[in-house]
Design a binder for this molecule. Structure first.
Ligand code: ZN
Length: 958
């Protein structure tokens, strides 16, 4: 059967219960060691179906005689027949005892012994149900579609694919119609009452789901393939287009006869009709073809080929149960590629396999892996897993054994099982017998196992050996629990394209050595260039430069550590002054590190670099991509440059305006500096950065990040010996991993989006606490989007949270050790109290020599409120400073509900004592106004001094 794909996908997505076929009637034989065709005790050898169709009333009346041979002692036989009236049942011509309930006719046989042959006759009538299957009465036509088990909707039978019988049909319809059906039409008899009876006679056994008829006004288009008649039934308006579209049928039959074995039936034909939601169905010797496939331009060629191929696989050689339906659908789908190759050539075939087979499966498969054999849910029996995935598997068998043996397998399988039933293990056995290859692993992973492999690979050349060689490594992985062992064709492009050397890919990345057959100038190797292998992704793991940084009379090149799956000696670095020049190796010894400083450069000249990994002295990977760098002069004599990347917000909490941010940095940086406003000035050029000895980059906004566009310049600046401090909201997450690897030796950043962060603690620098006045009250005193660096060894700040956050103690700020020239904070500095931020800036700038160590003075006009320790138990020292002489100062403690717990001694807060810039301290001993110890929890110190109000969150932990 061939479905209309788009329609099918829509049905599956939106109405999975309606998806054809329905699950309810499936007989699933799980244990294949007991073959069902020999287990049910009898064999029906013939059906004779006589039926009158009343198209005016959608009513049928019929009589079906079966010839049955008992294979063991049986006393009854059961036929399926859905929603009809049974009027008479005969056994060997005599009235029989029978029962018709639950859509089953049970006929008492007395005792039948093995070898006894008997006939049954069932007379019945009724209105056939149509639920998307069965017999369809249209306005001007009638058709049937019974796959997988709906023959029972219109005639009584043992409706299972494993009992095939020779079938005769005598169909009576109105006399202006023709009937297209199975076998050879032997007569049309005019009954003289406005009806005619059409007799169709089959020579070969047929599964019940393949019995069909299409009745309507028809033109017959006759052709032949050798002695075999081709009889196409075409609606009047389709004659011209059908003549064109069926013109290749004899050629198709020739192609499949040559590949699979002689066409196995007495005739072939297509009955073109308006076929509801179906595209086509491979009824034995008479495919029903939806009229949408006929358009006069061979647009339906693949459908026509698919259904024809079913005559071999599906019809003549029939899957025993629906678990094995891939032996029908997979084979018919692959036949589309087989025919394409004969019709349009090899290139067309490999393109077809990729675009219309492998990709159809890949696009459908999604994240849930299914098995080809008995996919978990019977609704999957007619989906890309049994069609396109199975066809891809046949393609890989062909790859594994080569063309000659593959066609031998197909012919042997067909010849051995023609006109009977097959199971999956029958096919495996033929593969093994014909090829001499063990197919256990192959069938386990592809047919019985689920999922799809991906593979990673690398390769090395050694062109200087007596016999030049290529070394390959291919490692497979999978989206299921299946281990995949793949044969992968390798195409070596050289003077004489060395094509399709097969290498193995396994979960362990085996090593394979390929000898090159001629001149050693190979520089390009492609894995599976001709689409032989079904895989999700392939990934090349070669040498790869990450960055090349331009410093002062030197260039520092960083690269990715090589694929750890393969042990290498190291790397060779190559350089040229034009990308088109020959690249020459610049390192005297193999480099074992992942960076190299090229000092043999002149400022202002551009250099180009490529990398190779080296293995076993002489084997090298292909070149990496090229990177360029131009060293320049770095005077670094103009002090600090502060780059303000913060969006100019509207001034609401959480969204500061430029003035507020500028004021903050003015307050916390204890010396003079130059400002670069990103919003106004754009990307600062490297030549600008090169003038400053320290760069402070801040981005106190989570909605935008521009750092990525600047990262190469910042890397050059660091490489040239500059000092860099970065603080930002999500900024660390936007910095490419390779940059962090190059300068901080970390390769992991994790963004914590939860509202948990209350500040950052440190053993080296002042604590940084979130300033409650700067954030949206809805944030509940915390900041979201904090970056942590889980594997960093050189942390300077740790994540603090008031609740039970799993991030507490994680590193959220770090410094490159040992030189300490680069500090990266995973949080925005602006949203912290100035006091801590100022302390941090002072200490850091003192370390790198931008300010004196004793310059630790909070500038005038700056106020702060802090406490230490925090958390505390039982007491903590609260320190504060206010900007000017204040006429009235209060320091009060509130609990989390906002209730005042304590007013600290007014005498300590006397105005005289807080005049100027000095710091005042007062101890809170954790007692409330009545002198009782307060409970564990969060408390706030609130300082009011004139217009200044500051709050400090404190945690008492007992
Ligand atoms: Zn099919």
């Amino acid at each position: 059967m061939k479905k209309a794909y788009i329609l099918l996908v829509i049905i599956i997505l939106s109405f999975s219960l309606f998806a054809y076929p329905r699950a309810k009637d499936y007989v699933i034989v799980q244990n294949e060691s007991t073959r069902a065709d020999s287990a049910h005790g009898f064999d029906i050898t013939n059906y004779d179906i006589t039926m009158e169709l009343d198209d005016a009333n959608d009513f049928i009346s019929g009589s079906v005689t079966a010839i049955v041979e008992a294979e063991e002692v049986i006393t009854e036989i059961v036929y399926e027949l859905t929603s009809m009236t049974v009027s008479n049942v005969l056994l060997n011509g005599n009235p029989a005892t029978y029962d018709y309930t639950n859509d089953l006719i049970t006929i008492q046989l007395g005792i039948m012994n093995p070898g006894d042959i008997f006939t049954t006759q069932v007379d019945y009538e009724g209105y056939p149900i149509w639920d998307g299957l069965g017999m369809y009465f249209g306005t001007n036509h009638i058709f049937t579609i019974s796959d997988p088990n709906a023959s029972r909707y219109w005639w009584p039978c043992y409706d299972h694919p494993w009992d095939k019988a020779v079938t005769d049909l005598h169909i009576t319809v109105r006399d202006d119609w023709l009937v297209a059906s199975n076998g050879i039409r032997t007569s049309i008899v005019d009954n003289g009452n406005g009806t005619r009876t059409h007799h169709w006679d089959c020579n070969q056994p047929m599964a019940t789901y393949l019995v069909s008829l299409v009745c309507q006004v028809y033109v017959e288009l006759n052709d032949s393939f050798g002695d075999i008649p081709i009889q196409n039934f075409v609606p009047t308006g389709y004659v011209a287009n059908a003549t064109e579209d069926f013109s290749n049928l004899p050629f198709m039959m020739e192609v499949f006869s040559e590949k699979y074995g002689p066409y196995p039936f007495e005739k072939y034909g297509n009955a073109v009709t308006s076929f509801a939601t179906y595209s086509a169905m491979e009824h034995q010797t008479m495919t029903t073809l939806g009229n949408t496939n006929i358009n006069g331009n061979h647009g339906g060629e693949m459908v026509i080929a698919h259904e024809l191929a079913h005559q071999w696989y599906g019809d003549c050689l029939t899957h025993l149960t629906w678990c094995d339906v891939w032996l029908s659908e997979g084979f018919a789908t692959y036949s589309e590629a087989v025919y394409t190759e004969a019709w349009q050539g090899y290139e067309a075939m490999i393109n077809y396999v990729n675009a219309s087979i492998q990709n159809v499966y890949k696009n459908w498969a999604g994240s849930t892996p299914h098995t080809i054999y008995n996919p978990a849910n019977p609704n999957l029996y007619f989906t890309p897993v049994t069609y396109e995935k199975a066809a891809s598997v046949l393609h890989m068998i062909r790859l594994k054994v080569g063309d000659d043996i593959f066609w031998d397998i197909m012919q042997t399988f067909f010849a051995e099982y023609m006109h009977s039933n097959v199971i999956t293990s029958d096919f495996q056995e033929v593969c093994e017998t014909v090829s001499g290859i063990d197919f256990d692993q192959f069938f386990d992973q592809w047919i019985y196992g689920s999922g799809m492999p991906s593979f990673e690979y690398t390769y090395f050349f050694n062109p200087y050996l007596a016999i030049p060689r290529i070394m390959t490594y291919v490692q497979t992985s999978s989206n299921s629990d299946t281990d995949f062992y793949l044969d992968i064709p390798v195409h070596i492009y050289g003077p004489t394209d060395q094509d399709s050397v097969l290498v193995q890919g396994t979960p362990d990345a085996p090593f394979e050595m390929i000898s090159i057959t001629d001149v050693p100038v190979y520089d390009n190797v492609e894995f599976d260039s001709d689409n032989w292998v079904l895989y999700k992704t392939q990934t090349y793991r070669g040498a790869s430069i990450n960055n090349a940084y331009s410093a002062d009379e030197q260039i520092i090149i960083f690269w990715e550590e090589f694929w750890p799956q393969v042990e290498i000696d190291g790397y060779n670095l190559y350089r040229a002054e034009s990308p088109d020049d020959v690249f020459l190796q610049i390192n005297p010894e193999i480099i074992t590190e992942t960076s190299y400083t090229d000092e043999n450069v002149v400022n202002g000249t551009t250099y180009y670099y490529k990398l190779k990994a080296v293995k076993d002295e002489g084997f090298e990977t292909p070149f990496s991509d090229v990177y360029e760098a131009t060293p320049i002069d770095f005077p670094m004599d103009q002090g600090i440059l502060v780059i303000d990347e913060t969006k100019d917000g509207n001034g609401t909490p959480g969204n500061p305006d430029d003035t507020a941010v500028d004021a903050f940095y003015e307050a916390i940086i204890p010396t003079t500096f130059t400002t670069w406003d990103y919003e106004d000035d754009g990307i600062p050029p490297l030549e600008t950065l090169a003038n400053y000895s320290t760069i402070i980059w801040h981005d106190d906004d989570f909605a935008q990040n521009y750092i990525e566009a600047n990262i190469n310049n910042l890397g050059c600046y660091l490489a040239a010996g500059g000092n860099l401090i970065i603080s930002g909201w999500k900024t660390a997450d936007y910095i490419p991993d390779s940059f962090k690897t190059d300068f901080l030796s970390i390769n992991q950043t994790q963004l914590i989006s939860l509202w948990e962060f209350t500040g950052a603690s440190s053993t080296q620098y002042p604590e940084l606490l979130v300033d409650l006045d700067k954030i949206n009250p809805a944030f509940n005193g915390t900041l979201p989007y904090i970056c942590i660096f889980p594997e960093a060894a050189n942390g300077i700040y740790e994540f603090e949270a008031s609740g039970g956050s799993s991030s507490i103690g994680e590193i959220c700020g770090l410094k490159n050790e040992p030189n300490g020239t680069f500090i990266l904070l995973g949080f925005p500095l602006y949203f912290h109290y100035e006091s801590g931020a100022n302390g941090f800036m002072h200490d850091v700038l003192a370390e790198i020599g931008e300010v004196g160590v004793n310059n630790n003075i909070v500038p005038a006009a700056k106020s702060y409120l802090i406490n230490y320790p925090n958390p505390f138990n039982p007491s903590t020292t609260i320190s504060f400073s206010v900007p000017q002489t204040s006429s009235f100062v209060t320091l009060e403690i509130f609990n989390i509900k906002g209730q005042k717990v304590k007013t600290l001694s007014p005498s300590l807060c006397h105005p005289e004592l807080v005049e100027g810039r000095g710091e005042m301290s007062v101890v809170w001993n954790g007692l409330d106004t009545s002198g009782k110890p307060v409970a564990s929890g969060i408390y706030f110190a609130r300082l009011k001094a004139g217009k200044v109000e500051m709050n400090r969150k404190m945690l008492l932990m007992k």
